[in-house]
Structure formats: structure tokens, C-alpha cells
Design a protein. Structure first.
Length: 264
């Protein structure tokens, strides 16, 4: 049976991150992708130019439109730029109680431009985080949520425990470009597990977090348990970085279809 996945996130007109990365990732996993747009972002591989949030009413209506017709098998949540967007999405998560909710608490684009109002982190923790079956912060995001500095994989484990205590079911802190070996750490409330494939020396990392979280959501819908869903997604994102097409003047996008179209 075809699995259906919903992404609730921002639109990246340059196609490498946000909703666009999510839908490409879902297509690459053979699942049916649906999208609720929370913000329209004028951005490219080099910079964020402007952000326009969709009204809370329109966010809610999009979520209603999806759930009254095609109930998703998993939901991925990305950029929620303001408390108003966060509360609109949280209200609908409470109403529909979807299975397999993966939340990527997006705060910055790869060039460091903010994608979330800095004062919103408290709202994110209080209203949105408790709905996460898996929360996937990168190191800067984890530092904001946990309220501690992270310099080592041991710090990642400690921060993951602190974040778990705020109410999500699993936490994956992504080392990416900020930790040697690009090691990621998963904490499930009992034990921590490290994922390490190796760090690629590249600037083509636009959309890595969006791609990873969508791949995890797809794998969960396909029936994999969390640790295996993460392992498969990490392997996929690593391949997609390696096979990046080298587009744009900043942090380039990934090759989401690297496993479908063979290397030339
Ligand atoms: N240069 C890299 N080499 C290998 N893996 C990477 C690299 N950069 C990011 N990753 C991996 O991509 C996934 C997304 O992580 P990250 O880039 O930290 O997320 P975000 O986009 O939220 O900052 C993680 O599994 C991370 O380890
Ligand atoms: C609309 C939107 N959402 C998220 C990101 C961050 O993407 P990533 O952290 O995966 O590079 C982005 N640049 N734009």
C-alpha cells in the first residue's frame, strides 16, 4: 500500500531546502508527498532575502484539507518562523494526533540567516516539541533548546538527554559540519546511539536537515523503527551530498535522486 507523508514547512524557491527538498526526498523514497506551506521564503543557496508567513487560518485550513481526505502515515515539520505559526500547527497536531511526527526545529539557513524569530524558542519548546516522536536539531539549535554549549559527542549526548526531558519521545542531534566525522547522536529516553559515516569536505549542504528529516519520516511510514529509519536516512543524505550537482553561488543543493539515476 502506498504510504502518504505530509510536510508542514517553509517554501524555498531555489528548490534545495524546505518543502521542495521534502517532496523530492519523499518521491525518492517511493512515498506519496503532500505539503502544507507555513511560510514563503525568498532565498537561494547564498542568502535569505525575505520571509512571508502564511496566516494561521490558512495554515489550519491547509492541514484540515489534507486530513479530511488523505490521512498521512507520517508528518514532517520544518520551518515554523513565529509563535503564531507554531500555535496554529500545534493546535492541529492536537486535533488530529498523527502517527510518526518528525520535527526539525529549523532556526537558521546554512549561511546563518535566521528563519525563526529568536524569541520564539520558548514557544517552540512549550507548544510544538511535545508532539515530536523524533526531534532533529542541529548543534546550534540543540544549544538553544538545551541551554548548553556543545563541543564534543559527549556534550551531544548530554544535550539530547536535556532536550528529551522537555517532552519529545526521541532526539537526534545532528553533528553535520559542526562535529568531526559528522556524527549524529540519537537518544530514545534510555540509551544513546551514535551514527557516523564520515564528514564530506563540501559546501553543498543546503537542505541537508530538511532532507534527513523527510527521509526519516518516509522510513517510519514504510515501517522501520526509529533507529533503523535514522540509519537509512543518514546513508541516503550522505549519498545525496556526495552526488550534489554543484549548483548556485553559496551552499549548493543535494542530489535527491542520486539512487534513482545512476552516476554518469
Ligand atoms: N559535510 C557533511 N558530511 C557528511 N554528512 C553531513 C555533512 N553535513 C551535514 N551532514 C549530515 O547531514 C544530516 C543533516 O545535518 P545538518 O546539516 O547538521 O542539519 P541542518 O541542515 O539542520 O543544519 C546529518 O546526518 C549530518 O550529519
Ligand atoms: C524554507 C526553508 N526551510 C528550511 C531551511 C533550512 O534548511 P537546511 O537546514 O536543511 O539546510 C531553509 N533554508 N529554507
Amino acid at each position: 500500500m502506498l504510504k502518504k507523508i505530509l510536510t508542514i514547512a517553509g517554501s524555498d524557491c531555489s528548490g534545495g531546502a524546505g518543502i521542495q527538498a521534502d517532496l523530492k526526498t519523499m518521491a525518492a523514497h517511493g512515498v506519496y508527498g503532500m505539503s502544507v506551506i507555513v511560510s514563503v521564503v525568498a532565498e537561494n543557496t547564498a542568502r535569505v532575502i525575505d520571509i512571508q508567513d502564511i496566516s494561521p487560518k490558512m495554515i489550519e485550513e491547509q492541514i484540515d484539507a489534507v486530513f479530511e481526505d488523505i490521512v498521512p502515515d507520517a508528518v514532517k515539520i520544518g520551518m515554523l518562523s513565529s509563535p503564531a505559526c507554531m500555535k496554529a500547527v500545534a493546535g492541529k497536531l492536537e486535533q488530529y494526533q498523527p502517527q510518526h511526527v518528525v520535527i526539525d526545529p529549523v532556526m537558521f539557513a546554512k549561511n546563518g540567516d535566521p528563519l525563526m524569530e529568536p524569541a520564539s524558542v520558548g514557544t517552540l519548546i512549550k507548544y510544538v516539541l511535545p508532539y515530536a516522536d523524533l526531534l532533529t536539531p542541529n548543534i546550534p539549535e540543540a544549544q538553544h533548546i538545551a541551554g548548553m554549549k556543545i563541543s564534543t559527542p559527549e556534550d551531544m549526548e548530554e544535550a539530547a538527554r536535556l532536550i528529551y526531558a522537555k517532552g519529545c519521545k526521541n532526539v537526534l542531534i545532528k553533528g553535520g559540519r559542526n562535529m568531526a566525522g559528522a556524527v549524529d547522536v540519537l537518544f530514545d529516553g534510555e540509551s544513546a546511539r551514535r551514527y557516523e559515516i564520515g564528514q564530506i569536505d563540501t559546501s553543498n549542504t543546503h537542505g541537508t536537515g530538511c532532507t534527513l528529516s523527510s527521509a526519516i519520516a518516509s522510513n517510519l511510514a514504510l515501517g522501520h523503527p526509529v533507529p533503523e529509519a535514522v540509519e537509512l536516512a543518514k546513508s541516503y543524505v550522505t549519498d545525496a551530498i556526495r552526488r550534489a550537482p554543484g549548483l548556485g553561488h553559496g551552499c549548493g543543493p543535494l542530489n535527491h535522486f542520486c539512487r534513482i539515476f545512476p552516476e554518469e
